[in-house]
Write a protein that binds this ligand. Sequence first.
Ligand SMILES: Cc1cc2nc3c(=O)[nH]c(=O)nc-3n(C[C@H](O)[C@H](O)[C@H](O)COP(=O)(O)O)c2cc1C
Length: 136
Amino acid sequence: MSTAVRYYSKGGNTKKLAEAIASAAGCEALKIDTPITEETDVLFLGASVYAYGIAEEMRRFISDMDVSKVKKVVVFSTSALAQRAFPEIEKALKDTGVNVDERNFYCRGSFLMMHKGRPNEKDLEDAKKFAKEILG
Ligand SMILES: Cc1cc2nc3c(=O)[nH]c(=O)nc-3n(C[C@H](O)[C@H](O)[C@H](O)COP(=O)(O)O)c2cc1C
C-alpha cells in the first residue's frame, strides 16, 4: 500500500504528529509545499486551527490537489480549544470529490499558556496506533 504524509504547521505541533504518523506508516512527513505526484492509497493530511479556521495554505493545497492520484485522505489535527480542523478540512476535501475517511486523529496542541507540552509522548504513541489501525 502506498502512503504519504503532508502537513501544515506554523508552530511545530502538527509537525510532531506528522512525524509520528510517518514513522508508523513507513514514509516521510513532508510539508504541503510538496504536492502529491504519485499514486497514493492513503494520504495522511495534518492541519491546525488558526483564528477559527484552517490556513489559507491548506485550502490551496487541497484545491490544487490532483485527486486522481489519491484514493483516500485521513485527517489529523491539533488545536488549543474545542473546535477542530476536521469538519472544515473534511468539507474542503469533499468539495474536490476525494474520498475522506470518517476516522480522524485529534489532540490538543500547546498555545500560549495552554496545554504545555502537547502533543506529548502519549499523543504521539496514540497517533502511531491510529495510523497502524488505518493501514490495517
Ligand atoms: C495565530 C494562531 C491562532 C490560533 N487560533 C486558534 C483558534 O482559533 N482556535 C484554536 O482552537 N486554537 C487556535 N490556535 C492554537 C493552535 O491551533 C494550536 O497551537 C495548534 O497546535 C498549532 O499547531 P502548529 O504548532 O502545528 O501550528 C492558534 C494558534 C496560533 C499560532
